[in-house]
Ligand binder design. Sequence first.
Ligand code: PSU
Ligand code: MN
Length: 314
Amino acid sequence: MSVFTLSAPVAEALAAGRPVVALESTIITHGMPWPQNLEMARRVETTVRDHGAEPATIAVIDGNLCIGLDDAQLEALAQTRGAAKLSRADLAVCMAEGRTGATTVAATMIAARLAGIEVFATGGIGGVHRGAEQSFDVSADLQELAQTAVTVVCAGAKAILDLSKTMEVLETLGVPVISYGQDALPAFWSRDAGLRAPLRMDDPGAIARAHRMRAALGLPGGQLVTNPIPAEDEIGRDQLAPIIARAGEDARLHGIHGKAVTPYLLQRIFELTEGRSLKANIALVLANARLAAAIAREMSALPKNLAARDRAPL
Ligand code: PSU
Ligand code: MN
């Protein structure tokens, strides 16, 4: 028996070597309000399909690690209030107890890797929180990128984080951070974080080759591709800065900590921007789905063991 369950369309695509894009589910249960969360989840899946790849949304449903959800499962997940937020630490416990939970970037990478899915689209990864020198709040997503070979397409780390510290940790962990099509690091709702990205690539084919080249070099871990939000949908950095500061202040006043921090901040920024942050969030996820599909198409056209002949025996 397999530890995970593939949906029929995902199983067929993987068996045929067709491109597949993994999608996370925490963004559905904890990142966006109902019913926009369901609408977003459906549109992301359609976008991946329209761009020539099979979407595989990942979640734990009644203890089953499901890779690929049908529409009824997607709707039930979007409506549920009790879903746990699952990172690397929580995945096995949720499955052992037969419960339902949504996978974060870290847990989605683990599941994608198990199924042989190499490309994953999300909104923004977790990172080093502001004040981490006091709270030690550093997302497990960073460590996962260092050890699990999945290329993650995001719109940057969420601007609620300390972006320079997040970049420092990723550098230490040896994670390639690749800005797509521009020199600047994007910051989720804004195109420019005010920092230069360590790497820049403009070609999905080269990104796919770099992923396989890492494996050929025997390097564990994935790649982080940061794709700037489309210009017409962005909220400028200066406009957001006071709102993010206020949301952070409110989180402190209410004693929010641990797993609750990111969902709280996203919800508070939604309120303070009167819904504009959600509109931007949906637009950037759709853009990431398009780029991830393009990378997955390129990946499926490459030989599986690219340059493996050049690798010294271990
Ligand atoms: N991107 C979004 N919305 C989200 C998230 C990402 O647009 O809600 C989720 C992801 O699942 C990510 C998680 O892994 O937030 C990070 O949570 P934490 O900071 O607690 O590790
Ligand atoms: Mn955290």
